[in-house]
Design a protein around this ligand. Structure first.
Ligand SMILES: Cc1cc2nc3c(=O)[nH]c(=O)nc-3n(C[C@H](O)[C@H](O)[C@H](O)COP(=O)(O)O)c2cc1C
Ligand code: SF4
Length: 518
């Protein structure tokens, strides 16, 4: 049997040098006259071990990482094609603690299969959900998704089945499925990882959504910073179309569904669903007032499902294994699994899919391994730039939508940015206001004007100018933004600002030393 070598072509792995490693391995194979098949897989998400190269042996796959081009010769000398020992040897990938502790439902194939091999997808359980769906009535598919407890993974945690039911129940000569792959939150990369590592799961999820709601056309709106995801998705759509997974008769059924990939406009606010619809229609990415809901009047005024990549990619397993199977994972009203993305100043950065319910402390300290700098963890921002900063005192908070909301935080798209004790929370609060000022679409006053005033007032606090009075003003301004903004960009910016002030008051004290130093 010709040896198989798996080298990730995922952008995270490429950023860490996977392409150079691939070239060095190709060169070495040639020089040694050894035949081997190189598969460019996605990443398994343990980025602290990337580039992670795997070889298929008679005993299963053996991983090596992080591999540098300079390791390649000695890897061959150590007999790595047969799983031989080497300083980069990691053993069976599923036994690596970071991966072994996960519950992979949505990401089960990511990093395992050849992303563009439909056969490989099928032999690992792919298309079973769609096969079941084409044999069901739309209302039954919607019930199954509702019953599973799946909630939107894009940020708001809205029940996916209820959104689909609205579209199913709304009459329309045309309906659309729009996949939100703008993934603008800091510390997030789950959407990108799955689009690059297992694109057919998203295509399958979108086709199921189409059949469930009567939509015949889908669009994936991918941020422009994701060229590899765009390329992989385009190729995967063409393969799926040729194989009859997409088209006028999905899997030979009377259901029609096709889709297109669109590249985003490069604004954070274009991830907000109505702004995204405007952008897809070729207009400026400005937020639309709701109602009407996109489910009633969405893309081109037609009933539209807008879901995040992970929400849609979680549907195939629900339709394959059933709602009860998926619902069995999780806690409270947060059912199933969530791909937590651990980033920032952290030792073991990467994607960790697990059932809801782990505490923040378990995620940061045990799975993330603490900070990369080795200094104490000071704060963790959860949920992207609009998420709250959590201090160690709140590390017992379980990863659950309601538990986070009860602590004035949010899960968002499940990205975590870890900070050590050198972080200045006043600067972080200012950064949140500044980010809002830069990214604001300008449609409503509390966000457009409030964020700019917020930066100015925080600068006064930093300069020690009537600090107490100005801090009270920031709080007042945050309330206005929270309750008066049209969308969550202005409405949630108060979360990082107020959590910084509440949990780290010492960083907002007048600091003559700091002023003098600056
Ligand atoms: C400023 C802003 C940016 C957003 N960015 C994203 C994004 O990048 N990806 C995403 O899926 N949802 C994003 N959302 C949430 C979407 O508006 C919407 O709730 C989501 O796409 C719905 O899909 P879901 O129900 O599957 O989560 C954003 C919201 C706001 C207010
Ligand atoms: S809150 Fe900001 S981004 Fe949202 S509609 Fe208002 S101005 Fe636009």
């Amino acid at each position: 049997m010709i040896p198989r070598i798996y080298i990730p072509a995922d952008s995270g792995a490429l950023a860490l040098g996977a392409e150079k490693v691939a070239r060095a391995i190709e060169k070495e194979l040639k020089e040694r006259g050894v035949e081997a098949k190189i598969v460019r897989n996605g990443s398994r998400g343990a980025y602290f071990l990337e580039p992670m190269v795997e070889v298929a042996t008679a005993e299963g796959r053996v991983a090596y990482g992080p591999v540098k081009p300079s390791d390649v010769k000695s890897l061959f000398d150590s007999g790595f094609l047969k799983g031989g020992h080497h300083k980069r040897w990691l053993g069976a990938p599923d036994k690596i603690p970071f991966l072994a502790k996960q519950t992979r439902l949505t990401f089960a194939r990511c990093g395992v299969i050849d992303p563009l091999s439909l056969d490989s997808y099928k032999s690992h359980g792919g298309l079973k959900g769609l096969e079941n769906a084409v044999a069901m009535a739309p209302a039954d598919i919607v019930s199954q998704v509702t019953e599973s407890g799946l909630r939107g993974r894009g940020g708001a945690g809205f029940p996916t089945g209820i959104k689909w039911k609205t579209v199913l129940d709304t009459a329309g000569d045309r309906k659309y499925i729009v996949c939100n792959a703008d993934e603008g939150d800091s510390a997030t990369f789950a959407d990108r990882m799955i689009m690059e590592g297992d694109p057919f799961v998203l295509i399958e999820g979108m086709a199921i959504a189409g059949i469930a709601t009567g939509a015949t056309k889908g669009f994936v709106y991918i941020r422009s910073e994701y060229p590899h995801a765009v390329a992989t998705m385009n190729k995967a759509v063409a393969i799926a179309r040729k194989a009859g997974v997409l088209g006028v008769n999905v899997l030979g059924s009377p259901n029609a569904f096709d889709m297109e990939i669109r590249v985003g406009a490069g604004a954070y606010v274009c991830g907000e669903e109505t702004s995204l619809l405007n952008s897809l229609e070729g207009k400026r990415g400005v937020v639309r007032a709701k109602p009407p809901l996109p489910a009633i009047q969405g893309l081109f005024g037609k009933p539209t499902v807008i879901n995040n990549v992970i929400s849609l990619a979680s549907v195939p397993i629900i339709m394959d294994k059933g709602a009860a199977y998926y619902k069995d994972f999780g806690m409270g009203r947060s059912r199933g699994t969530i791909p937590i993305q651990i980033a920032g100043n952290v030792k073991h950065g990467g994607l960790f899919e697990t059932a809801f319910g782990l505490t923040l402390g378990e995620i940061v300290d045990e799975i993330g391994g603490g900070t990369a700098s080795g200094r104490p963890v000071k704060a963790v921002q959860v949920g992207g730039p609009l998420g709250a900063y959590f201090p160690r005192a709140l590390f017992d908070t379980p990863f659950d939508y309601e538990a986070f909301a009860a602590k004035d935080g949010l899960i968002g798209h499940a990205g975590l940015t870890v900070f050590d004790d050198t972080a200045d929370m006043m600067k972080q609060a200012r950064f949140a206001m500044e980010f809002c000022a830069i990214e604001s679409c300008g449609k409503c006053t509390p966000c457009r004007i409030g964020s700019t005033r917020g930066v100015e007032v925080l600068d006064k606090v930093a300069a020690g100018i009537e600090a107490e009075k100005n801090l009270a003003l920031v709080t007042d301004l945050c309330n206005t933004m929270k309750f008066g903004s049209l969308c969550a960009l202005g409405g949630f910016t108060p979360y990082p600002v107020m959590s910084s002030i509440t949990h780290f008051p010492e960083d907002f004290k007048p600091a003559p030393a700091r002023v003098a130093a600056e």
